[in-house]
Design a protein around this ligand. Structure first.
Ligand code: UFG
Length: 327
């Protein structure tokens, strides 16, 4: 089977490409390399943008594609608030374009990269998939709109989809040759490790007055390889005839920013220099997933669930590749 992975040179994409290869799938990647890295991919790579319709059609015309995993998107919450035009403009129109080319070439199965940000401020924790969807930023809204489009395309055109709503993706493949390399970096664990490596003066803690046990935000960190496994399982479920649906992916436990820092100090044996700063606008106090449905229906079993292992694999990547991928 041949799987097209859009955004396959990115962080979660490249780990999923590897999981697919391990399972014996043929994989082709489409990536515009705006965020992704060529070095992260060892399969055929089409460099181009999903907004380029003739480019996309060429990819489908040249390959017998059986299913698609769609990662390629802008994914920064803060940026989306300042530039909603980019997020609505590109995330949604690119997904529409991809779906329309899939229809034209008779490809009817898609796994979609969604996010916890579709829920907005949680009304109950852990968050089940049935939780109200009230995103608080254009990033989450763009992903929710695409889920709605997928649902309508499923009803009207027979496309089947599984949307995977990730909580906080973290860690790196234990092999150590691929990992997280965002430029600029905004995520907590890589920022903590960059502070350990002396690449940043200090890690700033965004808010110490949240209604949580230690005053800092709680997040549900999920290893990138566990996310990748879930994509392969979702693909297999669709191939077996599964109905369209969405699943949360998290470990069901919330760790505070201070706990992440403390664990990073334990893993690295070094101190993390920190500053306590104000809250970052838009951060909910607690985000924790209920992933029971993914466990029951997809047979998903996280392999790297504990925070220490997640941070240890990230550390293995960062200390050996302090400047990320070499361009
Ligand atoms: N944080 C700091 N200092 C930093 C960076 C982050 O204290 O320098 C804190 C944040 O306030 C938050 C936690 O660390 O409490 C995690 O922050 P990240 O930026 O790593 O991740 P987010 O929880 O903000 O974002 C994640 C996903 C997004 C998704 C969002 C949903 O990365 O894709 O959850 O709200 F949209």
């Amino acid at each position: 089977m041949t799987i097209l992975v859009t955004g396959g040179a990115g962080y979660i994409g490249s780990h999923t490409v590897r999981a697919l290869q391990t399972k014996g799938y043929d994989v082709i990647v489409v990536d515009n390399l705006s965020k992704g890295h060529k070095q992260a991919v060892q399969v055929p790579l089409y460099i181009g943008d999903l907004s380029d319709r003739s480019f996309l059609e060429k990819v489908f015309a040249e390959n017998q594609i059986d299913a698609v995993i769609h990662f390629a998107a802008l994914s920064l919450v803060g940026e989306s608030v300042i530039r909603p035009d980019l997020y609505f403009g590109s995330n949604i129109t690119n997904a529409l374009s991809l779906l329309d080319v899939m229809r034209k070439y008779g490809v009817s199965q898609i796994v979609f990269s969604s996010t916890a940000a579709v829920y907005g401020e949680p009304m109950e924790v852990p968050i089940p998939e049935s939780h109200p969807k009230q995103p608080t930023n254009p990033y989450g809204e763009s992903k929710l709109f695409i889920e709605m489009i997928l649902q309508r395309y499923a009803e009207a055109f027979g496309i089947r989809y599984i949307a995977l709503r990730y909580f906080n993706a973290a860690g790196a493949d234990p092999k150590g040759d691929i990992g997280e390399d965002h430029r600029p970096e905004t995520h907590l664990i890589p920022l903590v490790l960059q502070a350990v490596l002396g690449q940043r003066d200090r890690l700033q803690i965004f808010g110490t007055d949240y209604p949580t046990p230690d005053g800092t935000c709680l997040r549900d960190y999920i290893h990138v390889n566990d996310l990748s496994d879930a994509h392969v399982l979702a693909l297999e479920a669709l191939a077996d005839g599964a109905s369209s649906t969405a699943y949360n992916l998290g470990n069901g436990r919330g760790f505070s920013v201070r706990k992440v820092i403390e664990t990073a100090e334990k893993v690295t044996g070094r101190l993390v220099p920190v500053d306590e700063g104000p809250r970052r606008p838009g951060d909910p106090a607690v985000l924790v997933a209920s992933s029971d449905r993914a466990v029951q229906e997809l047979g998903w079993q996280p392999r790297f669930a504990d925070l220490e292992t997640i941070i240890a694999t990230a550390w293995n990547w960062h200390k050996n590749n302090p400047n990320g991928f070499q361009e």
